[in-house]
Each structure stands twice: as C-alpha cells, then as structure tokens.
Design a protein around this ligand. Structure first.
Ligand code: ARG
Length: 468
C-alpha cells in the first residue's frame, strides 16, 4: 500500500494514513474550521499555563504565541491552507504551528482533542449566545417600536381563529416580546452551564502533570459573576458532555417556534382576507406566473425553517442517547447541527426585526374589523354581572341576545333597548353605550389586560428595558 501523509495524531503506531474514502468520511475540517478563533485562544491559554508550571520556557511560549497569532491572521485573511488530510481544525492549526515553530510540538502536553474540542465548542456557544441575545433584543425593540408607532390601532383578538375580543395591536405585539424574553432568559441560563472550563480533562482521565486548571479557566473567562473560576469536576463527564449544545439547541428550537407563530400571524394579517398590514416590497416576492401576487416569503421561510431547528434538536438528542462513556467519534456529528441551528435562528431573528421595521398596519381595515360589535358580547355579560346576575345566567342571556340579532339579521348594536329587555330585564337604557369601543377598551385596565393605560405602561416598561 502506498504510504500516505502522516499526521500528528497518527504518528508512531500507524504505518499508513487512512484511505481516501475513509479520510473523506471522517474529516471534520470542512465544517469545524469555524472553531478556529476559539481553538487559537484556547491554545494560547494552555501554552501560558504550561509556561507557568515550567513545561514551556518563556521563549517557547513567545514563539508559540506569535506563531498562533500569525496563523489566526492568515485564517481571517483567507490565506490559510486547510488540509483535509489533517482531519480537523485542531490538527490543522497545531500541525502548521509545529512546522513553523519547533516548540509547537510541546503544545499538546496534557491535552487531548477530546478536551480541546469540548473547550472550543463551549467557547463558541458562549460567543454565539452573546450575539444572539443582542439580536433578540433588537427584535423585541422592533416589536415595541411598531406598537408605539401605532398605539391607537385596535384589532380583533382571536381564539380558534374566530374573532374574540378587541385588543390594541400593541398588546398583540407585546405578547411576542414576552415570549422572546423567556427565550432570552433560557439562553442566559444555558450560558451559565456552558461557561465551565473542561480543559485539563485530557482524553478521559486528566493528567499526571500538575496542570493549573484554574489559571486556564480565568484566562479564558470561565468565571462566574463573582469572578470565581468554573471548572468541570469530572474528567469523564467533561469530555463526553454535550448537554450545553443540546440546551442551546433546545432554547433555539423554542425560539424558532415563537418566530414561526409570529410569522403565521404576519402571513394571516398580510393576506387579502385580513389586510391588516402591508409588508414593504423588499420583504416580499412576486409570483413567476400570477402578476398580482405579493408573497410574504420572509415570514413563510421563518415559519418553515423552524422545522430544521426542531429537527437539529432531535438529531442531537438521538446522537447522545446511545453513547457509552466517554468520547466517541459520533460526537463529531454535533457541530453541523449546532452551527445550522445557530445560523438559522440568527438569520430568522435578524430578518424578522428588519421586516417588522418595514411593515405598517392598514388602519382602516383594522378599524373596520375591530368595530364588529360581537367582539363586545362579553362586555354585555359583565354589564349584567354588575347588575347582580350570576355570570352563568348572564352568559346565557347574552347568548339569547346574539341568537335574536342573528335571527333578525342585525348586529348587536342595531338591536333596540326593548329587544334587549325582552331577553333580560336587567338590561338598562344605557346598554347600547357599551358599544363605544374607546370606552370599552378603557375598562380593561387590570395588570396584563389590553386597556390603553395598561398597554401604554407595558410599552414604556419595555422601551426602557430595551434601551442600550
Ligand atoms: N474532530 C473531532 C470532533 O469534532 C475532534 C476530537 C477527535 N478526538 C479523537 N479522539 N478522535 O469530535
């Protein structure tokens, strides 16, 4: 057999490199190159620690640091040559460093790719959470702005997709701000468990060398809010744990579900049947066949992409479920699912915020729909309750009023006072005043309700919280 490229990890025991098809099957550098920043930062901290415990001289440390810096700038300039035969990002960087800097051969002391990849991945997820949270706050801001810019607009709220009760558009939008806030806190919580340093776990069983794990953790920002170093406490768990990837993908899946629901509302509202909103042309597309069409593709794709984000979570759970301790190569499959999830939700969040900033309500259609008197049937029942009727009876009486109106082909507002009284004597002469929508809205002012005072308060609370 032809002698193939020898690579760092195969030295010694292996006479030949893997076959072409095996190399193509097992390589990960085509996707894990994205970990290069974290890999270099992690290696620098590891080298600094090796110097601190006397394994690297200061000159060697210097050489390693500047070698890694150079590799970093070559990668970011697109000049670095990734080699598939070097398998992954870790070996590509280390092999190049060792070629240029002899002390590079000492860098892997007391380190395995198993704890190295766990480290890189934790740092990557940490960075991603910070960026994603920034984008999610911007999406919340765009929802609040849309509500504030049209704070007078009332629309029907729906249950079962049937008109239920009137709400301010802002109230509906703020519902999503609340959902996103729960998503945000899930990511913040996931960050805490991600932010634990696994380096020093070696391949499975730590090291006989007295590494300073605390030093590495501090160098890499693996500290709690009191500045205390956070270290994994079991080397076997540390090299095989991908819970933080799953937690990230689970929080992302729920975020994607929320974005999908928002998309669905937007698609409905933009439809010819509703026409509550107009989306700017830039965020819609035409049809290749039907000239009149303006399709809400950004919203539809956001709804659709939730499928792959949910799928990625399932793939990861399935990947982990059968693995014995500790590291198994199966774990390499975590990265594409993670990257795809992160890229997808980031793009959806960003595009959704931009689209909302290019969307405006069509006031006359919202007004027309929300002036449907049937939306205030519950107010009629509350009116009777205030006059002493038990709610169940009040509900029944209003049901009879609705039936009467239907029979006479009238709206609730068009019935006369005496027709109301023919159903229930407790209806007074003022009953028709209930259909003043403005007044009706002003009655809804308990915490969480869609009354004007409460909605203004919520808008103000959110815009203050989302400043900066
Ligand atoms: N590319 C590998 C991964 O992503 C790195 C760890 C490989 N470790 C090993 N012992 N083969 O999981």
């Amino acid at each position: 057999m032809k002698k193939r490229n020898q690579v760092v990890s195969r030295s010694g025991r292996f006479e030949n490199g893997p076959g072409e098809d095996v190399a193509a099957f097992t390589e990960s550098v085509s996707f894990d190159w994205r970990l290069w920043r974290q890999d270099i930062t992690g290696s620098m901290a590891h080298a600094a620690m090796l110097n601190k415990i006397g394994i690297l001289t200061s000159a060697e440390l210097q050489a390693i640091h500047s070698g890694l810096e150079k590799i970093g700038s070559e990668i970011s300039n697109g000049q670095f040559e990734w080699k598939r035969e070097l398998e992954d990002v870790h070996m590509n960087i280390e092999a190049t460093l060792t070629q240029r800097v002899p002390a590079g051969a000492k860098l892997h002391t007391a380190r395995s790719r198993n704890d190295q990849v766990a480290l890189d991945l934790r740092m990557w997820v940490r960075d991603e959470i910070v960026h994603l949270i920034g984008e999610m706050k911007d999406l919340q801001r765009s929802l609040v702005e849309l509500g504030q810019n049209h704070s007078e607009i009332i629309i029907p709220g729906y249950t079962h997709l049937q008109r239920a009760q009137p709400v301010f558009l802002a109230h509906h939008l703020l519902a999503y701000v609340e959902m996103l806030d729960r998503d945000l806190s899930r990511f913040q919580d996931a960050f805490i468990r991600t932010n634990v340093c696994p380096l020093g776990s070696g391949a499975i069983a730590g090291s006989t060398l007295t590494l300073d794990r605390q030093f590495v953790a501090e160098q890499l920002g693996f500290v709690d809010d009191q500045g205390r170093a956070q270290l994994t406490q079991n080397s076997m768990d540390a090299v095989s744990d991908r819970d933080f990837v799953i937690e990230f993908c689970a929080a992302a899946a729920l975020l994607a579900v929320h974005l999908s629901r928002l998309s669905e509302d937007i698609i409905l509202w933009a439809s010819s049947e509703f026409q509550f909103i107009k989306i700017d042309d830039a965020y819609t597309t035409g049809s290749s066949l039907m000239p009149q069409k303006k399709n809400p593709d950004v919203a539809e794709l956001t709804r659709g992409k939730s499928g792959r984000v949910i799928g990625n979570l399932m793939a990861l759970l399935t990947l982990l479920k059968g693995l014995p301790m500790t590291y198994n190569r199966d774990l390499q499959e975590d990265k594409e699912r993670l990257f795809d999830t992160a890229d997808t939700v980031r793009a959806c969040v960003r595009l959704m915020a931009a689209m909302l900033r290019h969307t405006r309500p069509v006031e006359k259609n919202c007004q027309h729909a929300s002036s449907d008197p049937a939306l205030l049937a519950t107010d009629l029942a509350d009116y009777l309750v205030q006059r002493g009727l038990p709610f169940r009876n009040a509900h029944h009486a209003v049901g009879a009023v609705v039936a009467l109106a239907e029979k006479q082909n009238k709206t609730l507002k068009q019935l006369t006072v005496s027709e109301y009284q023919s159903v229930e004597k407790l209806f007074g002469n003022d009953v028709l005043d209930l259909f003043d929508l403005k007044k009706a809205m002003a009655q809804r002012n308990i915490t969480g309700a869609p009354g004007p005072r409460e909605v203004k308060k919520q808008l103000a609370r959110w815009s203050k919280r989302l400043k900066s």
